[in-house]
Design a protein around this ligand. Structure first.
Ligand code: SAM
Length: 358
């Protein structure tokens, strides 16, 4: 069920080396509703960390700690990006079968991920369990075609683009990744052309309408356009939601202070603390449990990152201090592919032997 998703994102994040630290910071702080000053002392969990760009933003703040989990070999790149930082921890595993104990994290977030699982709502329910009482949850998922409340020609145009995209995806989600990569390469300039067309007067825009019906990333940097276009057409699952629907998941989970401001669909909320009614301190997260900040082995065990059947720490491979905890069976081909991938990221593959005595 997850094979295409895993391979697709593994291919994407190991192939496209795109990342702009300043842009990443802006996205992270906006979508999680946090500020650099609020991060120290907090333990974060990122569901679907990809190549680890947001882990890096958290890792920059002294005292802030983060666990990133991803299904794909993108975790190898996340490690390479964050390997000098002992406060960034990685797990290769599935959001729908989290190998972690509930209620351990101060802030659980997921940016552009839950809609790529078989069920966005089930994935949300799974990650909400991880947040401590008083802690926060932030998600960003794809919106239905067209911005909220849009009417008239613009709404019709958005729906048409949706039809074109959905029809094309019937094919593109089945193509071999290198083939799709080259198709996206050819399509990427169209994103730039579409941006120009948007600035033209209405009659010209109408004339050039056919050129605007194929969704292609409009990012100003062409490598990011290529990566984002691949990201759009390759993954098997790509659900879209309304703001109301996503806010409903937060309500059903009993979260408070629900906010839906920002680029749709962006939702943030807080798990009420048990004594909140009497105390009333919205925003005060409990102090991090000192026990779980002793990484790697002690912390991983405290989080429950163990193979449940044998109660052993799940296979970890350490490169310069950042181990990846792989849920057994999640990456059966890892032994074969590891050396090549690590070399690709400039890691010393010989340092990457499974360790038993760390
Ligand atoms: C579009 S990327 C976003 C990555 C990261 N949040 C970012 O914005 O840079 C989606 C990520 O979700 C991961 N993913 C998809 N389904 C998953 C699942 N069931 N469990 C864990 N990760 C998953 C993919 O492997 C991929 O790296």
């Amino acid at each position: 069920m997850h094979t295409r998703t895993k391979r697709s994102f593994g291919y994407q994040w190991l192939r496209y080396r795109v990342s702009d630290n300043e842009e990443n910071r802006q996205h992270f702080y906006r979508r999680t509703g946090t500020q650099p000053s609020t991060l120290p002392g907090q333990l974060f969990f990122e569901a679907g960390c990809g190549m680890g760009r947001y882990l890096k933003v958290i890792g920059e703040q002294p005292g802030a700690e983060v666990v990133g989990l991803d299904l794909s070999l993108a975790v190898n790149r996340a490690r390479a990006e964050n390997r000098s930082n002992p406060r960034v921890h990685l797990i290769q595993g599935n959001i729908l079968e989290l190998p972690l104990r509930p209620e351990c994290f101060d802030h659980v977030y997921s940016i552009g991920v839950l809609h790529h699982t078989p069920s966005t709502e089930e994935a949300f329910k799974s990650i909400v369990k991880l947040v401590k009482p008083g802690g926060r949850v932030s998600i960003w998922v794809y919106h239905l075609w067209g911005p909220p409340g849009q009417r008239g020609f613009k709404a019709l145009h958005a729906r048409l683009r949706g039809r074109v995209s959905d029809t094309l995806r019937l094919l593109t989600t089945r193509l071999p990744h290198p083939v799709l990569h080259y198709l996206c390469y050819v399509a990427a300039p169209l994103g730039w052309i579409q941006m120009r067309i948007r600035k033209l007067p209405a009659p010209l825009r109408l004339l050039l309408l056919p050129l605007t019906l194929l969704p292609v990333s409009p990012h100003p940097e062409w490598r990011v356009r290529l990566c984002d276009t691949f990201d759009w057409y390759s993954p098997r699952y790509q659900w879209k939601h309304s703001v109301e629907e996503a806010a409903g998941w937060f309500e059903d989970a009993g979260l408070a202070d629900i906010s839906t401001t920002g680029f749709a669909v962006s939702v943030r909320g807080r798990k009420p603390a048990p004594d909140e009614q009497s105390e009333g301190h919205p925003g005060d997260c409990p102090d991090p449990d000192p026990q779980i900040l002793h990484f790697p082995r002690e912390a991983a065990q405290a989080w429950g990152a163990v193979d449940r059947s044998s109660d052993q720490l799940i296979g970890d491979v350490g490169v310069h201090g950042n181990p990846i905890y792989r849920v057994p069976g999640v990456e059966p081909g890892i032994e074969r592919g590891r050396k090549r991938i690590l070399n690709a990221f400039g890691c010393d593959a010989d340092d990457d032997r499974p360790s038993t005595d760390q």
